[in-house]
Design a protein. Structure first.
Length: 255
């Protein structure tokens, strides 16, 4: 039984956690597969801790739906972390790159930097190099991508930003430095010209209004190899990724 963590609801893609948070608000027969559009049912999971969508009895995804392929990968490896990775429809790339500017920050945070991202990053961190290189997952717009295609080093990100001239969502893999204060905001410039062979400057940036919320964790992520899930962008100061929630967006790979 294939599992997905996002579904279409009245033509908007929503995450199972959003449904769980507002359970009574949603009409339960309106959920559809974001890829093949068959109806799905919502399930709150064991002890209500693992909300997700699954098939209605005898209603399978269309044979062409990539969700089936994802499910086969899970069956092949039998690893629960793979189930989490492949059922999490990431990255929500297409919608973000086209509508990036129109989303208020609060909506971005709720949709993209919540519990799902944390779960995804933690599962990613438990995969082997071989699994990262071979697994595929499906994006919200139905495209299948290799997992390692969405994990990028800062030099790769900068190259893509220059080429495409648009912000995009991805998982950054990089090595942090000491965090510095910039007029109330916090900035951590990833290492470059060093052992990780990146040659360009790239910042993780915590906007001033989010510093207090993240204060206690800022030191924990210094001088670490990390994954950071977010929107890579270029502004007048350079290349950066905003961090609104260290807890949900950043996962330490190595101390
Ligand atoms: Zn489907």
């Amino acid at each position: 039984m294939a599992r997905v963590n996002s579904a279409l609801y009245l033509n908007e893609t929503i995450d199972a956690f959003e449904v769980d948070d507002n359970y009574s608000y949603y009409k339960k027969d309106e959920f559809k597969c974001p890829v093949c559009k068959v109806k799905l049912q919502f399930n709150r999971g064991i002890n209500f801790l693992d909300p997700h969508f699954k098939n209605w009895p005898n209603v399978d995804h269309l044979i062409t739906c990539g969700i089936n392929v994802n499910n086969n990968q899970f069956n092949k490896y039998g690893n629960q972390n793979i189930n989490i990775i492949t059922s999490t429809i990431l990255p929500r790339a297409k919608r973000l790159t086209s509508k990036n500017d129109k989303f208020p920050t609060e909506i971005l945070i709720k949709r993209y930097y919540g519990r799902r991202s944390k779960k995804f990053l933690n599962a990613l961190n438990k995969l082997t190099e071989n699994e990262i290189n071979t697994l595929t997952l499906i994006t919200e717009d139905g495209k299948t991508v290799r997992l390692n295609e969405i994990i990028l080093r800062q030099d790769d990100i900068i190259e893509k930003l220059e080429k495409e001239k648009a912000a995009f969502i991805c998982i950054l893999k990089g090595y942090t430095n000491k965090t510095i204060d910039v007029r109330g905001s916090k900035k951590n410039t990833l290492t470059y010209n060093g052992r990780y062979k990146n040659t360009n400057k790239f910042d993780l940036f915590i906007p001033a209004s989010f510093v207090e919320k993240n204060e206690v964790q800022i030191e924990n992520i210094e001088n670490k190899l990390i994954y950071c899930y977010g929107i890579a962008e270029k502004n007048q100061y350079g290349y950066k990724m905003n961090v609104y929630s260290i807890e949900h967006q950043i996962c330490i790979i190595r101390q």
